[in-house]
Design a protein around this ligand. Structure first.
Ligand code: GDP
Ligand code: MN
Length: 388
């Protein structure tokens, strides 16, 4: 579950990390009042959406004139913001954060994630922070520093020093202490809130040598939400992909991807293998959809409906190995969905396992048009051929 910047900054503040003073608004006419209660000029107007890259897309504005703050608020609120990380339709901005402008001397990058390779919380730090961090990572990876944390020991001050001693120019002792304290706090809040990501980009050194989190990004591990009831209240369903939201409501494991092959598979492992063979055959999956072992006819129908609703899908592959999920249940679910929504793209089916003959018969006796593949490799090739 992703948090908004203002929500993440609330957690930072509680953890002792300095943030700019600010106020959240939902209507443009609240902007002039906000300006009066916040230090400035300059003021910063920031779109609150879950996608990053807002600065480059015009979702972060720095203004010196109160009237311009209002104009900026009017121009951003209620409209979609086309950032690189948002989907093709952009993300509609429902809320703005108005903040005091910070006098930026240096911009650092600081984040914490779980590194799966070492199975440890890992802090990532770079003195080349700011909006070009992705480019820095691609062209000058040596500027991105990492420290793995042994969970039994926790974050150690020497690890912060490993980062700080490499800084050029060096920091004043006070600023260095401030930065060390932010790093220790990030580790603590990462654990306390069951985060999968904490990111501060930029983490700013001000002209006076203060350390301030100018941006904030937090993602909470969904699997821990059962014990993070307070955080669950910060959920903003408006930010979710409508198809992913629909899938969530039907307990389907669905993730939208960038390609054009819709796929319906049972079992996460088989789903991943199916993604792999689709790619091997030279095509790109439009989604990951694991209907699960014990999917009901209703769940199959909803899953298929979700795939059909995705306008980018140019061909569909159904790959089911019937174990607990029986092939006849699958077939009936697919037919039920097909009755509700017309299928205008080629459909490739590979069925194996429990009640496979019955499932095949149900599909064959219907007026559904589809191609049958005898195995996974053939299924992938067939489906890739439809879009090439
Ligand atoms: P993002 O593009 O979605 O990551 O949004 P950020 O919050 O990181 O803002 C983008 C950029 O706007 C930052 O990298 C800063 O350079 C600039 N910015 C944001 N807040 C301030 C501020 O208070 N003062 C100044 N001078 N620049 C700011
Ligand atoms: Mn940022």
């Amino acid at each position: 579950m992703k948090l908004h910047e203002y929500q993440a900054k609330g957690i930072f503040e509680k953890s002792g990390i300095s943030i700019p003073n600010g106020q959240l608004i939902t209507e443009a006419n609240q902007a002039s009042e906000a300006v009066q209660s916040i230090n400035g000029p300059p003021w910063v107007i920031k779109a609150q959406i879950h996608a990053g890259g807002r600065g480059k897309a015009g979702g972060v504005k720095v203004e010196n004139d109160p009237a311009k703050v209002v104009t900026a608020a009017e121009s951003i609120l209620g409209k979609p913001l086309m950032t690189k990380q948002a989907g093709p339709d952009g993300a509609v901005v429902h809320q703005l954060l108005i903040e005091e402008g910070i006098d930026i001397e240096r911009e650092f990058y600081l984040s914490m994630v779980i590194d799966r390779a070492t199975a440890s919380p890992t802090m990532i730090f770079s003195q080349a922070g700011g909006m070009e961090i992705e480019e820095v990572a691609a062209t000058s990876p040596e500027l991105i520093l990492k420290e793995h944390v042994d969970p039994a020991v926790g974050w150690m001050p020497f690890q912060a020093r490993n980062f700080i001693y490499k800084l050029d120019p060096a920091l004043s002792p006070d600023t260095a202490r401030g930065l060390m304290s932010v790093m220790a706090s990030v580790y603590k809040l990462f654990l306390a809130n069951d985060c999968s990501l904490v990111e501060i980009n930029p983490l700013v050194i001000t002209g006076e040598g203060r350390v301030v989190a100018v941006d904030a990004k937090i993602t909470i591990d969904d699997n821990a939400l059962f014990r993070q009831k307070e955080l669950l209240e910060l959920d903003d369903p408006r930010e979710k992909d409508p198809l992913e939201l629909m899938a969530e409501n039907y307990n389907l494991n669905y993730i939208r991807l960038d390609g054009n092959i819709g796929a319906m598979v049972n079992g996460a492992g088989l789903a991943m293998a199916t993604m792999d063979v689709i790619k091997l055959a030279g095509a790109e999956p439009a989604n990951f959809l694991d209907v699960g072992g014990g999917a009901s006819e209703e769940m199959i129908m909803r899953g298929f409906e979700i795939i059909l609703k995705d306008s980018r899908v140019k061909a569909i592959l159904i790959n089911i190995f019937g174990g607990i999920l029986r092939c006849d249940v699958l077939a009936r679910g697919v037919l039920a969905a097909a009755k509700k929504t017309s299928i205008s793209v080629p459909l490739i089916v590979r069925l194996e396992g429990t009640n496979v003959e019955e499932g095949r018969a149900i599909l064959k006796d219907s007026d559904l048009e589809f191609l049958v593949a005898k195995d996974l490799a053939e299924a992938a090739e067939l489906v890739a051929k439809q879009v090439s």
